[in-house]
Design a protein around this ligand. Structure first.
Ligand SMILES: NC(=O)c1ccc[n+]([C@@H]2O[C@H](COP(=O)([O-])OP(=O)(O)OC[C@H]3O[C@@H](n4cnc5c(N)ncnc54)[C@H](OP(=O)(O)O)[C@@H]3O)[C@@H](O)[C@H]2O)c1
Length: 317
């Protein structure tokens, strides 16, 4: 594993981190979760990313990971970076989502309880709240650190202007922002417009989520939607991602990956990690072999100028 410094902080993160958004809920086989987490850790993936609402049912991914922390991972707590977030809908009524102090602190407490931990390593505001003053949301993050509930804080899904303001408020409060978690992959490059520059300017880390576009940036959809795949279960993925133009792009990208001696997934991850502002790519997985495939990407991270040109032509088309 390669460990990268997270912005200008003292914390290093593995170049690949494992997210528990899908496949770690109460509806998913626990033994498969256990095998994936254990194999990931053995491969050097020290960072596991959660949120209050991951499941289904919401909260159950934290409960399941909490079970593993108490059993298989118990001796290794200090070798792990565990993150969670609050921002999306978690419980009914006006205090169960967005960015108020009341919601963030209560939700952080509930996450700690489900995980069976005294503190998280990173706690995130999961999304900006248009109706709550940013000072209140950032003040809650500062309190979460000062009260010992988390060691570091981060933001997710904030645009570049919101990021600049959030970082300034947190810096003034004395709890610097550690990291930004935006969606970013070869087929979704909105962060390249302004956000990556802001992240570089603020000297914070960056951990892109959906680095494989939920599986599209692998070779699994090239000949249709296989049963059991995420797209076979999630309708909106079928509509917004798995369309002919994207499949054609993936076919062409896959040819470059083959020339590089990599799988499509490996090339997609290497492509993200070539930018020094990217600390870690936050992968998901439904089986152990996918984690092994992804980690092998780290054997070949370099791109020739010709490869980058060919890739740029395809993803800009
Ligand atoms: N902050 C936010 O708002 C936010 C939003 C979304 C996600 N996230 C975080 O990002 C994490 C990752 O998201 P993601 O799961 O969408 O990431 P992803 O890595 O883009 O997609 C993972 C999915 O791709 C397929 N896959 C992975 N490796 C493969 C391989 N080598 N070959 C073939 N298929 C492969 C699997 O789907 P199949 O089921 O088809 O096998 C797997 O579940 C989440 O767990 C969460 O922690 C954060």
């Amino acid at each position: 594993m390669i460990y990268n410094r997270c912005g200008s902080s003292g914390l290093k993160l593995p170049a690949l981190s494992l997210g528990l958004w899908q496949n770690f809920g109460s509806v998913d086989p626990f033994e498969n979760q256990r095998t994936m987490v254990r194999r990931a850790f053995d491969l050097g993936i020290t960072h596991f990313d959660l949120a209050n609402n991951y499941g289904p049912v919401p909260g159950s991914a934290e409960e399941n990971f909490g079970k593993l922390l108490r059993t298989d991972l118990a001796p290794y707590r200090d070798e792990l970076v565990v993150s969670s977030k609050a921002g999306y809908w978690m419980w009914p009524g006006p205090y169960g989502e967005w960015g108020s102090r009341k919601y963030l602190i209560s939700s952080c407490d509930a996450s700690l309880k489900r995980l069976g931990l005294d503190s998280l390593d990173i706690f995130y505001s999961h999304r900006p709240d248009p109706d709550t003053p940013l000072e209140e949301t950032m003040g809650a993050l500062d309190f979460i650190v000062r009260s010992g509930r988390a060691h570091y804080v981060g933001i997710s899904n904030y645009d570049h202007e919101q990021t600049a303001r959030a970082c300034a408020i947190l810096r003034d409060l004395g709890t610097p922002c550690l990291i930004h978690q935006p969606r970013y992959n070869m087929l979704d490059r909105w962060v390249e417009d302004h956000l990556l520059d802001e992240i570089g300017k603020q000297q914070i880390g960056c951990i892109p989520f959906c680095p494989l576009a939920q599986g599209l940036l692998t070779n699994k959809y090239i000949d249709g939607i296989p049963s059991g795949s995420r797209a076979s279960k999630v309708c909106e993925m079928k509509d917004s991602l798995i369309h002919e133009a994207n499949i054609e792009r993936v076919r062409e990208l896959n040819d470059i990956a083959k020339d590089r001696g990599q799988s499509m997934a490996q090339m997609a991850l290497a492509w993200l990690l070539k930018d020094s502002r990217i600390t870690s790519a936050l992968i998901g997985a439904s089986k152990v072999s996918q984690i092994e495939d992804s980690v092998a990407a780290l054997k070949h991270l370099e791109f020739s100028p010709d490869e980058l040109d060919r890739i740029r032509t395809i993803i800009n088309s």
